[in-house]
Design a protein around this ligand. Structure first.
Ligand SMILES: [Zn+2]
Length: 469
């Protein structure tokens, strides 16, 4: 029950190309931006800023991480032409797009779960970026964003992703967990979470076999991963990025995505993000909307974000757009119901709430006329709220980034309903230098060791989270 204000042009128009005058057409925006903003000064590649309010221990870890140069960035050079891209034993010529079928299971009889991988191999050398949707089968924002990006409005001759001008290679998998997707389920059919089983074991359980095949065939040779997710069933996320800020190329990728909220977290054990970082592959997780939801705003923000990442890597032309501010969060607070009954969320995910503000109410059909308010313990940004109405005492109903600083800046980007207007959701985001983006730190710890550890639904804590709790 998402009540995002849609200040943006409807996604349908962006995708169908209807009503040309008002569409924030991404190809056109490149042209417009070039006209309006001549490059007056050299692009700055200064040291990354680290918020001085992130806890000191974590800050030192991040600083140390950023000092270590990333190995993956130097494997290619843009001089000269690109060579063929070998993917799944297929030879893909520079300047071409190819759809390749890949079986999640390597078998001779039975269902092999063939998924589609679209490979766009540029005419110039450059990094390899892998874009993934539906690692969790019921999270549909990723599949929608990637399907649209693979569509005729965004890919091909003269479009945003044009293999005849692209530097590097893009691998796009709109639906990774195909059997889960068909069953409208998060997990693979053996009931295991694919995103807790990387890098996988080839002769272990089904999910571990699938993870192993994805890891060694699709992730192998990748420099950057953007993994698109939504909240699990029963809740919904405001668009946000999760990243290990101490991993330098992941840190850069997270910032270049161009949205306001970045949560600093390594990811649970066995998650793609954590395992990729351990192999020095940049990886960010985008979270937007909820499971079983086709959230148009979250889809649009994901599409803009991916194009921003590609622009920032100078794979496609144009300047990446940047938000006015970035909230770099290392912890949060939880809002819980102290009563049982049926929940009514008044402040949806993405709302700025004040201390003491009523965020939700709980009523009980057996005791009509009585309701209990759930109030916010402090001011801040609600990044996730429950959508499942059944609550008992102690059920988390909202996830809050408490804000001590940056409130004025944040309030300038609220709509009439008090919701943050996410950069990229209101049409064409402005271009600005990275140094002009205000960093807003949110200090603290993730209760239970990860941003999602307190949600009861579908969350089995990893050993590490249990250790951290
Ligand atoms: Zn997910």
């Amino acid at each position: 029950m998402k009540v995002y204000p849609i200040n943006s042009v409807p996604l349908r128009k962006v995708l169908t190309g209807a009503d040309e005058e008002t569409i924030p057409d991404l190809q056109k925006s490149d042209v417009t931006i070039k006209k309006i903003v001549p490059r007056l000064k050299k692009r700055r590649f200064g040291p990354l800023k680290i918020s001085n309010q992130i806890p000191k221990r974590r800050r030192l870890e991040i600083e140390k991480g950023l000092e270590e140069t990333s190995k993956s960035a130097n494997n290619w050079t843009r001089e000269g032409g690109a060579s063929n891209h070998i993917f799944l034993k297929k030879r893909i010529k520079p300047g071409t797009i190819r759809n390749v079928e890949f079986n999640l299971l390597d078998i001779e009889i039975g269902e092999s779960w063939p998924i589609n991988v679209t490979v766009v191999h540029g005419i110039r050398p450059g990094p390899t970026v892998t874009l993934l949707g539906a690692v969790h089968g019921d999270e549909l924002v990723g599949p929608l964003a990637l399907t649209y990006l693979c569509g005729p409005n965004f890919i091909g001759d003269g479009h945003a992703i044009d293999p005849s001008s692209l530097s590097g290679t893009i691998r796009i998998v709109s639906v990774v967990n195909l059997p889960g997707y068909y069953r409208q389920m998060r997990d693979l059919p053996d009931g295991r979470d694919l995103n807790r089983h990387f890098p996988g074991v080839p002769d272990s359980n089904t999910t571990s076999r699938v993870a192993s095949r994805i890891w060694s065939n699709i992730i192998s040779g990748t420099d950057y991963i953007v993994d698109l997710h939504s909240a699990a069933k029963g809740r919904t996320n405001m668009p946000q990025i999760r990243v290990n800020l101490a991993h330098s190329s992941s840190n850069l990728t997270a910032r270049s995505f161009g949205i306001e909220t970045i949560l600093d977290t390594k990811g649970p054990r066995g998650s793609l993000r954590r395992v990729a970082n351990d192999s020095d592959i940049a990886c960010i997780t985008y979270e937007g909307g909820g499971a079983d939801e086709a959230d148009p705003e979250a889809v649009q923000v994901a599409m803009y974000g991916i194009l921003n990442v590609l622009r920032n890597l100078r794979m496609i032309p144009g300047y990446p757009s940047r938000p006015r501010f970035r909230i770099l969060a290392s912890g949060s607070e939880w809002l819980r119901s102290d009563q049982g009954g049926l929940l009514d969320v008044l402040a949806p995910a993405g709302s700025y709430v004040k201390e003491g503000e009523i965020v939700a109410t709980v009523t009980d059909p057996h005791q009509p006329g009585i309701s209990h308010d759930i109030v916010s313990p402090s001011r801040g940004l609600l990044i996730c709220t429950a959508t499942y109405p059944f609550v008992t005492s102690g059920t988390p109903i909202g996830h809050l980034l408490p804000m001590k600083r940056g409130v004025k800046t944040l309030m300038e980007r609220l709509d009439d309903e008090g919701c943050l207007i996410i950069s990229g959701s209101d049409g064409e985001p402005p271009w600005r230098e990275d140094d002009d983006v205000e960093d807003i730190p949110v200090e603290g710890k993730w209760s239970g060791g990860s941003p999602d550890a307190e949600w009861g639904f579908n969350h089995k804590p990893s050993e590490e989270e249990e250790e951290a709790a």
